[in-house]
Design a protein around this ligand. Structure first.
Ligand code: 3PG
Length: 207
């Protein structure tokens, strides 16, 4: 589980997906793996989210980040289901504390300098910046790098194939995150498209 961050920092792309059918999770994970992406954030935004996390986590070599995790109870459920990383849209001490207690990696969300300070005080250096596109994009991350050189951001929300390289080129971006390589129609239909999009995404941000 401690390797979740290393996996993310190696491939530098975190696909974000919400699934209505948990049965899609395993083939999706295999399609991403085939495209060189051994990791995905599966959100709790759907009723099938937790079961989907368990399905994907059962795929050998695949690391699952649980997304949209809002409570300590959800942390427990996600780690029990096999998630190695806990991602949240915002910052919450209880979520971070429980994640650490459970031995998983916490990537809380921030949108302001004050939230960055709170996250640092809680011992978190890898932070999701959400919604990155609306907040100011790469320029904001560059600006936050001046007072917070110890922070590594995972920008998410409004990042696309077109904008990912500009984010990824910044020294304080650990990985880029978003849903552009996991379109719903491809997940339910042509998974070879997911594989191709994953491969393109990884190549576009490689250092
Ligand atoms: C997230 O949870 O980070 C975002 O919903 C993903 O955003 P996107 O769909 O704009 O890529």
């Amino acid at each position: 589980m401690s390797g979740a961050l290393e996996v993310l920092e190696r491939v530098r792309v975190l696909p974000v997906v919400s699934l209505d059918d948990a049965a899609l999770a395993r083939p999706l994970a295999e399609a991403l793996l085939a495209g060189g992406l051994p990791v995905a954030e599966i959100t709790l935004r759907t009723a099938a989210g937790l079961a989907a996390i368990a399905e994907a986590a059962a795929v050998p070599g695949f690391t699952v980040a649980a997304g949209t995790v809002l409570t300590a109870e959800q942390v427990d459920a996600c780690v029990d289901a096999g998630a190695g990383m806990i991602v949240s849209p915002g910052f919450d001490d209880a979520v971070v504390d429980r994640t650490r207690e459970r031995g998983a990696v916490a990537v809380p969300g921030v949108a302001t300098a004050s939230e960055v300070q709170r996250a640092l005080a809680a011992g978190c250096n890898d932070l999701k910046l959400f919604p990155a596109g609306l907040l100011g994009g790469p320029d904001l991350i560059r600006a936050l790098g001046a007072p917070f050189p110890q922070v590594r951001f995972v920008p998410s929300g409004g990042v696309s194939a077109a904008t990912a390289p500009a984010y990824a080129a910044l020294p304080n971006v650990a990985a880029v995150s978003g849903s552009w390589m996991v379109p719903a129609d491809a997940i339910a239909g042509d998974l070879s498209r997911v594989t191709a999009l994953a491969r393109e995404a990884v190549a576009a941000v490689a250092r």
